[in-house]
Design a protein. Structure first.
Ligand SMILES: CCCCCCCCCCC/C=C/C(=O)SCCNC(=O)CCNC(=O)[C@H](O)C(C)(C)COP(=O)(O)OP(=O)(O)OC[C@H]1O[C@@H](n2cnc3c(N)ncnc32)[C@H](O)[C@@H]1OP(=O)(O)O
Length: 283
């Protein structure tokens, strides 16, 4: 009964699913809600590599707000591409950036993390491609991670000569612990799917996107006999201190980000990194 009335808020059904976009036009984030289960699939679709720019983050943020309002029964976050889940922050948002835009950009990233990390319903990252840095952060924000074999994931910021902010670090520490995080972060380690599974950075490995998606769906069955309220409140208690650490320091975090990326050596490093990306190809 509750599910029916919650779902009735969604736009018209088509083939058992409801497609939805916060702007009315599907653009960088496509949301589909399964009519039977109420599970939402949030598909990131910014070719070629789903790098996170202001527009994608703004759409993702409003999709998450709508899912919260419409009481979705769960979220699967995935990529349109079988090669890349998300390449992390679009380097062009940090390289030679304008103050006004970079302020909006970082605020949007904070907002997305706060909403996704704190989302009341169960969340799964269906990691169907590489997930460096900000891409890894999105996956870490979910409650469960299913990753396609032979991909890579990690917070590789130090490799770019930048420092992962405290909330990126906390998201990792909460999953793999302090020691493993320290080694991973200081070396900018990118884990293969197999390595990530061994250290608990991901929960399951999948053969391909389809397999990852069906394993993601299985996760929600764990809560079949659990009160949604008890589940959500427990998650909120567990995650509260991590979220509050950013919520109380958003302005400071923003200033630190802007100061850090404006440094001459950081700008030089980002420029070189962009160049190296253009020359290199991943097999
Ligand atoms: C005291 C201090 C307090 C802290 C202050 C804060 C400090 C700052 C914190 C900032 C945190 C940063 C987080 C990030 O997310 S940084 C981004 C890191 N991302 C990466 O390193 C990934 C780079 N990309 C790749 O490794 C590969 O592209 C990938 C494996 C993802 C896919 O490989 P594939 O072979 O499929 O694709 P290509 O490499 O050919 O890429 C296609 C085109 O896309 C461009 N590209 C790729 N990634 C990015 C990116 N992140 N931003 C912008 N552009 C990107 C790539 O150059 C290709 O472009 P062209 O087609 O034009 O050549």
């Amino acid at each position: 009964m509750f599910l029916r009335s919650a779902l009735s808020l969604w736009p018209l059904a088509r083939n058992g699913t409801r497609s939805y976009s916060s702007t009315g036009v599907t653009k960088l984030v496509a949301v589909t809600v399964d009519d039977q289960t109420g599970i939402a699939t949030v598909n990131l679709q910014r070719p070629p590599v789903n790098s996170l720019n202001l527009e994608l983050l703004t759409e993702l943020s409003s999709s998450l707000t709508d899912l919260e309002k419409n009481k979705s029964r769960g979220i699967i976050l995935k990529s349109y591409s079988d090669a890349v889940f998300s390449a992390g922050i679009d380097i062009l948002e940090m390289y030679k950036c304008e103050e006004e835009r970079v302020t909006l950009f970082w605020s949007a990233l904070q907002e997305v993390w706060i909403k996704l990390y704190g989302h009341f319903a169960p969340t799964v990252a269906c990691i169907n491609g590489h997930a460096p840095a900000g891409g890894c952060l999105l996956a870490l924000s979910c409650e469960y991670r299913v990753m396609v074999k032979e991909k890579t994931i990690g917070l590789n910021e130090t490799k770019l000569g930048i420092v992962a902010p405290q909330w990126f670090i906390a998201s990792l520490v909460n999953i793999i612990g302090q020691r493993q995080s320290e080694v991973a972060l200081t070396t900018g380690k990118m884990f293969t799917t197999e390595e990530a599974l061994r250290i608990g950075l991901v929960d399951e490995m999948a053969e391909n996107t389809e397999d990852a998606f069906s394993k993601s769906l299985e996760f929600f069955k764990k809560f079949k006999n659990i009160s949604p309220f008890a589940r959500a409140q427990t998650k909120a208690f567990i995650r509260e201190s991590t979220i509050q650490a950013l919520v109380k320091n958003r302005e400071k975090d923003l200033k630190m980000f802007i100061n850090e990326i404006r440094k001459e050596n950081v700008q030089k490093g980002l420029g070189q990194y962009l160049e190296s990306l253009k020359k290199r190809k991943v097999s």
